[in-house]
Design a protein around this ligand. Structure first.
Ligand code: FAD
Length: 495
């Protein structure tokens, strides 16, 4: 019976939704037999608290873009809605699967556990599962010895020149395919956001170099101007519409043609940070759920559900905070500074554990990348022990980076009739001004939930004090030695 099954190879797509510079697709294509690219929406992952319809919609758009590229070769990504094991079992019943190719995923614990189960399953079935290194991130490394050089070598290596021969379409286990109604619902959830797909990703990249990015360094911290002046490549990188190498090589090529190199240097640095953070997470995916510095385990934090809900819904009564959250809800993107400020407000002004808000922002970020998200979240929350505590004052940030309140008024239109100084501090509103401006504080816009100009010492003092704790210091050294180049030079007894 098994000898009658047609031999095929599979490409299990993960965060690599593109057709170029793609090692797994190149390996399948060179195998000399029919191959099928598959994407699996796994119910167990869809139920995880980091999952959001906007992510699924973005992936569907990215897949549609791949299919458009492949029209000439009659290849299409098969999109399943079932657990990975069910999908591979159904395909195994129809075909003799010779090999499965995919990029190594630096994902959350739930994907890591799924991969370990699938590894056993493939082994039992005699199927070779070949995983390829993604974006210069390595599995199982013990420190950062040689990491930078290896990363640059990956970025400078020639891109993979994917070529495709026409293939006859392969029959599929149709009972496991994603239903059209579900697809439509997920696509609707992305309205108002950057659409996915490699063709668009390239357009964003080119457009950034041809004009938008000239003001990159000046505008990067400004909530409104950054929307145009930043590359906005993050969702395309997060879901693999572009590889880091494609972006790196394009940037270096363009930089050579320009006199003004500074904005592009800063941009290239960030591309490296991206992989540096993902590498941390590859080494320790417990960044998602645990204080990475075990010394902070006893930290006591706020547990009031009402104020947390107000933060999540953009109803804190602090204009820049609410504008950032509402903008994120509607568009899936805010700049780095506003992300850091939202975390600082949550943890330092409101006194919550970072875990109270990490999944909420993960669901809202269209560019959700666990490898950046959780290490950044913990860094901003001040619980790594290796970074200094940065407390953002949302009023000062508004005055410095949105002085005319363009961003604030776009997302908090309740404040539209107020003079500028009151837009920045609506709590300073005098009762007698109610008639003049047609605005009632507390009714038209919430009274502030906390003093935005000073984080309570009750929330920040314990964080400072714990930095002297013996376990925090011991962990600090461990973290530095595992995740940083500087750590390599530290003696084990250096605390
Ligand atoms: C709490 C918090 C959570 C975050 N979560 C994510 C996330 O889930 N996904 C994500 O892509 N970024 C995340 N970031 C990092 C950063 O805010 C975004 O990468 C950036 O705003 C994306 O916009 P851009 O593509 O225009 O960036 P650009 O400034 O144009 O940078 C280019 C690329 O470099 C990378 N990059 C930029 N800044 C950083 C940084 N500080 N750390 C690591 N990589 C960086 C991104 O891949 C980005 O697309 C987070 C930051 C914070 C403070």
């Amino acid at each position: 019976m098994s000898s009658e099954r047609q031999e095929i190879q599979l490409v299990w797509l993960k965060r690599d939704l593109r057709t170029e510079d793609h090692a797994a697709l190149a390996a399948a294509e060179s195998g000399g037999m029919p191959w099928l690219a598959i994407w699996i929406f796994e119910p167990s992952l869809l139920a995880h608290p980091d999952a959001a319809e906007r992510h699924h919609g973005f992936c569907l758009q990215s897949i549609a873009a791949m299919n458009r590229r492949w029209q000439g070769i009659r290849q299409e990504v098969a999109v399943f809605h079932a657990e990975a094991e069910e999908v591979f079992s159904a395909l195994d019943a129809m075909y003799k699967i010779v090999a499965v190719h995919s990029y190594a995923e630096s994902g959350t614990r739930i994907t890591w556990d799924r991969d370990k189960r699938m590894q056993r399953w493939f082994r039992d079935k005699g199927i070779a599962w070949k995983e390829y290194q993604r974006d210069g991130i390595h599995r199982g490394i013990r420190n950062r010895e040689g990491w930078d050089a290896a990363w640059f070598a990956t970025m400078h290596a020639p891109r993979i020149a994917n070529g495709y021969r026409p293939t006859p379409p392969l029959p599929l286990p149709t009972q496991l395919l994603l239903q059209k109604t579900q697809q439509d619902a997920w696509l609707r959830a992305t309205e108002g956001m950057q659409p996915g797909g490699e063709q668009l990703a390239w357009r964003y990249l080119q457009d950034f170099f041809e004009g938008r990015g000239r003001d990159y360094r000046r505008a990067i911290s400004k909530p409104q101007e950054s929307r145009r002046a930043c590359s906005r490549l993050s969702p395309y990188l997060a879901w693999g519409n572009l590889s880091s190498r494609q972006v790196h090589q394009f940037t270096r090529g363009r930089t050579k043609e320009r006199k003004q190199t500074q904005p592009w240097k800063s941009f290239l640095e960030r591309l490296k940070w991206r992989c540096h953070f993902i590498q941390k997470f590859e080494n320790e995916c417990r960044y998602e759920t645990e204080h990475i510095n075990a010394g902070y385990a006893g930290l006591e934090r706020n547990s009031d559900p009402e104020a947390l809900q107000a933060w999540m819904e953009g109803r804190t009564g602090i204009p820049l905070v609410d504008a950032s959250m509402r903008c994120l809800q509607a568009t899936g993107w805010i700049n780095f500074r506003m992300r850091a400020m939202l975390v600082s407000v949550l943890c330092h002004h409101m006194g919550y554990d970072w875990r109270a808000g990490a999944y909420h922002l993960a669901r809202l970020f269209l560019d959700y990348e666990p490898g950046i998200h959780y290490p950044q979240f913990q860094m901003q929350a001040g619980t790594t022990g290796i970074h200094t505590l940065r407390v953002y004052n949302p009023v000062k940030n508004a005055l410095n980076h949105d002085p005319e309140a363009k961003f604030i008024l776009t997302w908090v239109p309740e404040l539209n009739n107020l003079p500028l100084d009151l837009v920045h501090r609506p709590w300073q509103f005098q009762e007698m001004e109610t008639q003049l401006y047609g605005f009632t504080p507390g009714l038209d816009y919430p009274m502030p939930l906390f003093n935005p100009e000073k984080a309570p010492r009750a929330h920040t003092d314990p964080l400072w004090a714990m930095r002297k704790d013996a376990l925090v210091k011991k962990e600090q050294l461990r973290i530095l030695q595992l995740h940083t180049r500087e750590g390599l030079r530290r003696r084990p007894d250096a605390v």
